[in-house]
Structure formats: C-alpha cells, structure tokens
Design a protein around this ligand. Structure first.
Ligand SMILES: Nc1ncnc2c1ncn2[C@@H]1O[C@H](COP(=O)(O)OP(=O)(O)OP(=O)(O)O)[C@@H](O)[C@H]1O
Length: 902
C-alpha cells in the first residue's frame, strides 16, 4: 500500500522526513535531557510567523500596561541546524503547572508480562522515557534490552517509574474485565484424602494468591517482585557503580575484541551424569583419606562426617565478595626458607618453633599466647606459612589449626574460618550435643592454633571461641584455661578492618568499661587478649617497595596524612586531568583488579569484566538461576516477593541461603571464587579460587539458544573448575586440579504475610562469584600486583581510615596502583582512634619486653649459692622467672643469686 510522507530540506541541505520523531531527534540543546514523553508533553512549537504576530500583540499589550503571558525567551529552544525548521520555528517549554495531557495515538505500548515480546516492551518504554537522539543511544551495545531497561529503572526519577508502571493499567483493566466474566467457573482445590495439613495449607495459598491485593494481583505481583529484586541495590548505589563502569570504559579497561561467540555448553548426557557420580564418590573417599592422613596414627577408625558441619555452621559470607584472578601475587601459601625471613619475622618464627621443639620433647612448660602484629605487607602471613612448613617438616602438621574470621583470609593461609572450627552459630545459639562431640573430635589432636586477621575478631567472639575450644579440649564449658590450654598465636594489624556489624567498642583494642555497655563476654574477650604477652611487632616492610608510597601509607595508618600526600594521590587518579596514565589495554594493567568499598560497584564491575572475558574469548555467558522451593514445590508469587524483599533487607538476618545469589554468571574461562566451604578437606573452601573449564547444563534445559548471553531455565548440574590449589588427585577424564562443583542447598526463612507464619525456603545455587573485583573488606590480607582502587565518597555513609588503608596497602607503590576516581580528602585526613593509639603503645612495650626476653637463653643453669637450688629454668616464661630457695626466705630478707649465661 502506498504511503505518503512529507520530506523537508534541512538547513544543511539534508533531506529528512517531516515527523514528530525528527522534531525530537533534532531538538535544541536546551532540551537535551528531555525524553520523548516530556518533549511532547512539556513543550510546544511556534513558528517564527506566529512569534512575530505575538510580539506585535505584545507591544500593543505593553502599551496598554497588560501582561499577555507570552513566553520568556529563556524557556524556548531552537531546533538543531539539521532540522528543516531550524530558524523557522522554536519550541517553548510549558510552565510547570500546565494542564496539557498527552494523547497516545496508534498502537499502545506492549504489555510487560509477555516474555515473547519483552524486548519490544523494554525498547518501547526506553524510547519513550530515556532521552536519546539516535537509536543506539537507547541501549549500550553490550547489554540486552532487559538489562538496559532494568538499569534505567533503577536510576530514573520515581515519577517516571510510576508513569511506566501505570502504563500497564490499560492491560490490567482489560484482564480484570475478562477475569470477572470467568469467575463463576473458578474451581475449588480438591481436598485430597491423605494430604497432610501442611500440604493443604500450601495448596490453598497457591490458589488464594490471586485474592491478594488489587484487581489483577498476578500482574501487580510480578511487577512488585521485579521491583523488589531491583531495589536490592539502591538507585544511588547503582548509579555509583554505573559511574565506576563509565570510568573503566573510558580508560579502556573494558575494551572488547570480538563480537562472535560459539556454543560453549550443552545438557549433560546420561554417561556424564554417571561419571559425575564416580567423581563425587572419589572426592568423598579422598576427603576421608585426607582427614585420616592429617591425624596421628592409631586414631584412624574414628569416622567423621565430611564438610557438612562446615556448610551448616559457616558464617563465612556467601555474599558475592571476592575476586580472584591471576593478578594475585605469588603463591601466598608457600613458606620461605627460614634463613630468608627478615629479622623480626625470624624472631616470631623462632619463638614458635622453639616452643614446638620443647613441646615435642614433652616440656609443656607454659602455654604460648603470642601476638604477631605489624602494618600491612610486613609478611605476617608469610611467617605463618613458614611456621606451617616447620610443623610439616617435624611431621606434626596435625597439631596445628589455622583459622581466620573470613573465608578469604582463611583460604590465604590454607586455614578455615573461626565460625566453622569453633562451631559458633551466627544466631548465638549454644552448641548442641552433636556439635559438641564434633568439636571434641576436631580439636582432639590440636596443640597449636594460629588465628590470622585478628583485627576483625570482636572481643566477645574471642571469648566464645576460647570457651568452645576449651570445651572441646577439656569437656567443660567452665574451663579456666583460655582456649583449653592450647598454644595460640594471633596475627594481624589493628589498623586494618575492625569487626563489622558489631558495636563500635567491639575491637580487641578497647579496654573494658562496663559503664560504656561492655557485656561479660566483651570483658572476657579483652582479658583473654591481654594474656597474649609474647608480642612481636614486624617493622620491616616487604610488600611496598616504593618509598614515597610507604611514607604515605605510614602517615595514613597513623591518621597524619599531609597535603603533599593528597597531591601525590591526585596524579594517580584516573579522572584527574594530570593523571599519570597507564595503558589498560595491554598487560599488565589489562588484568588489574578493582578494590572498592561498595557492593554495587563490585557487582557491576565483575559483570563487565565477565562480559569482556566472554567477548575476548568468544564464549557464551550463562546465567544460572537459583531454584527455590518450599516443601518441595516451587514458590508462589507472594513467596517470591517475600524472598526478593528478604534479600534486599540488608538489616535483617544474614542466613546463608539468602546469600546465594538469584543468578550466577558462568562462562568457560571465567575466574571464579567459591563462596562456601564445599569440601574443606580437599581445599574447596570459601575463598578458593579457580577458572571454569566446563559447564554441564541440566538435562531438561530448554534448547540452548545460540546467543551471547543465555538465561538458563534450570540451575546447571555441575561446573568444572580448575582450582588454583587443591589436594584432590586427578579425576577420570579431567586434567589435574579440575574438579566438579555442584550447586549447594541452603535454607532461609521468610515471613508468609497472609498466614502470619514463617516458612523455610530451600535454595539451590552454585556457591560461586565472579573474581575480578572485590570489596576492600575481602581484600584484607591479599597482595595484588596491579590494582585500581575506588575510594570515592559513597552515596550513603562514609569511609573510614580502615577502608582506605586496607585498599591502598594492597600493592607495591605508585607504579602498580591507580585510583578510579576522585576521593573525599577529609577521609584521608581523619585522626587515629585514641584507643588504637594507646594499644599501639602497649604493643610496642610488649614487643620490646619480648625481644629482651628473647635475647636470654631459653634454658640456663643457676649456680648453687649457699641455700639456693640448682635449677634449669626457662627465662622466657613468666612462670619460671622467679627462682625459689630451698628454704623459704625470712620476711624482708633480700638474697642475692647469680645466673650464668653462656
Ligand atoms: N621475607 C620475605 N622475603 C620476601 N618476600 C616476602 C617476605 N615476607 C613477606 N614477603 C612478601 O611480601 C608480601 C606481603 O606479605 P604478607 O601478605 O605475608 O604480609 P602481611 O603482613 O600478612 O600483609 P597484610 O597485613 O596485608 O595481610 C607478600 O608478597 C609476601 O610474599
């Protein structure tokens, strides 16, 4: 059918179709931020001719002293020169309270709940609500329509979101009307014989869900769920992340090479499923063997459950947290040749190893309670590893337990978390009998405990940990010996992250004060901590090799940053015009990691990094959905809404299940990190890192579309991950260190509003996260060769000295660190907490004392003088510092004795 269009000649001799669309595209610069809706709603056009007439009328009115209401010139806008009406017509902006109403002609916008036309819906709404000039402005080339739409909704004003939501009333009303006419045919739920009350209740909920809320609750509920998921990240935080991505793109960090991809996963076959069973059986067997090998002989027949307790009890956050990729320093897990340890490192090493030597000789003279303290990068973790090697070399590795507060910190020293080893429940519930017996089993052979990143441990937690271990060792919860008498070495730096989510006085460096609200366990924790009188402060910096950077870090650590440091930082800030720019498109900077305090930034950065990986490697990106169920059935919409809200409730309980993400990105070659303890005995722990080498999709997965990003309908059966480190021997058909990881099941409760009761949701999902960006909290303990650090002022709250010190102390200096964007100078200028300053002084004093005692020989002979006894004493221990005469001294009589040093 022939159609008539009007074309016009533009001012630049270009021919364009005369249409409202082109009026919008070629709108003046004053209207740049107007979307289509606002453009036609809030502006109107007048020709020059009309204007001239108006001006004449205006003059007449002015003469008559009357206001004619003509538009002030500041509210008008010329079309761009490309538009034929440029110079001939202008657009006026209506006054704020105008009464104009937009009238949509032609076909109405698509509905938002029809998956078949969802892209069309997103594109249509974006075209209406997002400012654009050319169609590519509507959607970033690397995003899907749905993603672009979601991102837009997150950041657009509420008014627009309301309008977009209300546009669907057209369909809601139509649906409600047709539903009304079918109401009479609605069926009841059959009351099946034998169905238990819980099931019936569940069934009736599903049926009644449609009765909740407004005329078409199903549709409203879908929208509410979508919104609840969207607002799990606040719009301001999302925008903060989006701006970070923009900077990353502008400096070439997310450059891509290819736009093609090849299919990279298929549903598993029966043979593969059988093979998976064989892999799992072998892994279980090896985990059992590993546990037996790690114990002394003659204890082997004790059976113990594998890993389960870890999965149940671990508080290790599953919150997508950390990174990793190859851009992490050398294998932190290996120790050094002791002769290569620096002076203070060696001092710490000697104290522990000589204590062990004595212990192995049966001289259990005193309980070693030692603190190794030192600024970031002084090699505390390296000392731990070198000590570990000593235990191995003596064949007594089974005597040593290594732990840390977070999974990532624990994995960096090959250890486990405090919560899993101490069976400390997040909810604070006491140990059950079965937990107690597991504890006793776990600690049966342990004589030495090393706790890393001690700054993160609250006082009360130290008390609980000590009590639980004491129980495991002595069978009594009232044991007076801290940690049941085992030797404990705590390591860390109180200038790094303090405990999070606890009261401000929870760090160990606070002295007890009940008038300020300290509870019994807080006080107990501090008392136990004060018993750590053997202190070694490491003072020689190893990680930071740039003296200017080190000078800055030391000032920062002590709250004494100077203006010269700020000037130096500006030269490293990517958004600063005078930045010392580096090439992010080639090694080593193309592999730089991001450290940021904000999850929204981390999530978006990881997402971009994974897309970059997929495009550079020409592989598909799969989104694995979490599968939620209640009593074995899928969730109703109302329940899905409760789940979405619960996950967005950052102040609520942090049950494990809610930390498993709604969607996990999976792609072959992608760097990932495990986020729960899967198989502790094989080093598949929270914090373990690796690269995906294969994806086994669910057998019932719909035909996999040949698309760049594939939203799967089912959680895959397994993924193959090449771990950076595992004790597992090669599995049939897989290369070394490649192991299958299957989804885990975690539970959490939701409030069923309608029934006023709690329900347990079981969530099936992979315990994985992308590993290209991570939060500063999770970066603690790591050395990162090339790092981009984000210390920008966040949209809410503010950063602390701990945030910035940890983030900026991860790498070696100005040649390996860049700041992503501008920062708040006030944070850097903050003063040091006075309690921490006092603790520094106390530790320095204890360090000097320990060093003095260390210079004394461990064992000396005391010469007999008259009545004095000849004894061999250990001068390093407080218990043996006093020498006793054979007969008690008369009161007030001073006696002399001589100690002979060799
Ligand atoms: N004696 C040493 N010789 C060579 N390299 C060392 C030595 N000690 C430590 N390093 C290296 O210095 C870096 C920092 O060490 P490490 O991570 O152990 O420091 P840290 O004090 O634990 O730091 P943080 O407080 O940030 O956790 C690592 O790359 C480590 O391998």
């Amino acid at each position: 059918m022939a159609q008539m269009v009007t074309v016009a000649l533009g001012a630049a001799d270009n021919v364009i179709v005369d249409s409202p669309v082109n009026d919008y595209r070629f709108r003046g610069l004053e209207l740049e931020n107007f979307n289509v809706l606002d453009f036609f709603w809030d502006t109107y056009e007048k020709s020059e001719k009309q204007l001239r007439n108006l001006a004449l009328e205006d003059e007449a009115h002015v003469d008559g002293g009357e206001d004619n209401g003509t538009e002030p010139s500041m509210n008008k806008s010329q079309y761009l020169p490309l538009h034929p009406k440029h110079g001939k017509s202008v657009r006026f902006i209506r006054s704020p309270n105008h009464n104009a109403i937009p009238n949509f002609t032609g076909r109405f916008l698509p509905r938002n709940d029809d998956q078949d036309i969802h892209d069309l819906y997103c594109a249509s709404v974006l075209a209406l609500a997002k400012p654009w000039r050319e169609l590519p402005d509507l959607k970033a080339e690397w995003k899907s329509w749905d993603e672009e739409f979601e991102d837009f909704l997150r950041t657009c004003p509420k008014r627009l979101r309301d309008i977009i939501g209300n546009l669907q009333h057209f369909y809601h009303c139509g649906d409600a009307a047709s539903k009304e006419s079918h109401l009479s045919s609605a069926t009841d739920i059959p009351n099946e014989v034998g169905a238990d009350s819980e099931e019936l209740q569940e069934a009736s909920i599903i049926q009644n869900e449609a009765n909740v809320g407004s005329p078409n609750p199903e549709i409203d509920m879908g929208e509410q769920i979508r919104q609840a998921i969207m607002y799990q990240i606040s719009p301001a935080e999302f925008l903060h992340g989006a701006l970070a991505i923009d900077i990353g793109r502008s400096v070439g960090l997310f450059d891509r090479f290819h736009s093609v991809w090849k299919p990279t996963a298929s549903p598993v076959t029966v043979e593969e499923l059988e093979r998976l069973q064989r892999w799992k059986a072998k892994m279980t067997k090896e985990a059992n063997n590993s546990r037996v090998i790690n114990q002394p002989m003659a204890e082997e027949d004790d059976s113990m459950e594998i890993g389960d307790a870890d999965v149940q009890m671990a508080s290790d956050t599953v919150e997508p947290s950390v990174l990793m990729n190859s851009n992490i320093a050398e294998d932190i897990l290996s120790g050094l040749d002791p002769s290569n340890l620096l002076r203070d490192q060696r001092r710490a090493y000697d104290i522990v190893t000589s204590h062990l030597d004595e212990w192995l000789k049966g001289n259990h003279t005193h309980q070693l309670r030692m603190l190794i303290h030192g600024e970031g990068g002084t090699g505390k973790s390296r000392v731990i590893q070198t000590i570990t090697d000593y235990f191995k070399s003596r064949g007594v590795e089974y005597l040593l337990m290594k732990t840390a507060y977070t999974g990532i910190a624990a994995s960096l020293i090959g250890g486990r978390t405090i919560h899993s080893t101490g069976k400390i429940s997040i909810s604070g519930r006491p140990m059950s009998d079965s937990t107690k017996s597991t504890m006793a089993e776990t600690w049966k052979h342990i004589a030495y405990l090393i706790v890393d990143e001690i700054s993160m441990v609250p006082r009360a937690l130290l008390a609980t940990y000590s009590r639980h271990i004491a129980y495991a060792k002595t069978g009594s919860l009232d044991s007076s010996a801290p940690f049941g008498g085992i030797n404990v070495i705590i390591c860390g730096d109180f200038h790094q992250f303090p405990p999070v989510g606890t009261k401000s006085r929870s760090p160990l460096y606070f002295t007890n004060d009940t008038s300020l609200g300290d509870k019994t366990d807080d006080c107990m924790g501090r008392i136990i901590y004060e018993g750590f009188t053997t202190v070694v402060v490491l003072k020689e910096q190893v990680r930071v090799t740039d003296s200017v950077w080190l000078d800055f870090l030391r000032h920062l650590r002590n709250g004494r940053v100077q203006q010269r440091h700020i000037e130096m930082l500006k030269k490293l800030t990517l958004t600063d015009p005078h930045v010392d720019m580096v090439d992010f498109s080639s090694p080593p900077w193309d592999d730089a990691c991001l450290v940021t305090p904000r999850h929204a930034v981390r999530i978006q950065w990881n997402d971009m990094a994974v897309r970059k990986h997929c495009e550079q490697s020409c592989v598909q990106l799969f989104r694995s959905p979490a599968q939620d169920s209640i009593c074995g059935r899928p969730l109703t919409n109302a329940e899905r809404l409760s789940v979405a809200r619960k996950k967005g409730d950052h102040h609520g309980s942090r049950q494990d299940g809610t930390k498993l993400p709604d969607n996990v990105s999976l792609a072959v070659g992608m760097k990932v990190m495990v986020t729960v303890n899967v198989q502790t005995d094989l080093d598949i722990t929270n914090g373990a890192r690796g690269t995906i080498t294969g994806i086994g999709l669910h057998p019932e997965e719909n035909e996999v579309p040949n698309e760049r990003v594939v939203q799967l309908s089912r959680t895959p059966v397994y993924i193959l991950v090449k771990l950076e480190r595992t004790k597992m021997s090669p599995l049939e058909g897989l290369e070394e260190s490649v192991i299958p990881i299957v989804p885990v099941v975690k539970s959490f409760s939701i409030e069923a509003e309608a029934e006023k009761r709690k329900k347990t949701v079981r969530r099936l999902q992979f315990p994985m996260t992308e590993a290209y960006a991570f939060t500063d909290y999770r970066s603690q303990g790591q050395t990162i060769p090339y790092v981009v650090v984000d210390i920008a002022k966040p949209p809410s709250g503010s950063l602390t000295l701990f945030n910035v010190y940890v983030a900026l102390s991860r790498s070696s200096g100005r040649h390996t660190i860049r700041l992503l964007r501008d920062f708040d100078e006030d944070v850097l200028m903050k003063a040091l907490d006075e309690h921490l300053a006092l603790e520094d002084e106390r530790l320095d004093r204890l360090d000097r004392e320990t060093e003095f005692l260390g210079r004394l020989p461990t064992a000396v002979e005391v010469e007999e003088l008259g009545d004095w006894e000849l004894r061999t004493v250990d001068l390093r221990t407080s218990s043996s510092r006093r020498l006793r005469p054979k007969t008690p001294s008369p009161p007030n009589e001073r006696r002399k004795f001589v100690i002979l040093f060799e």
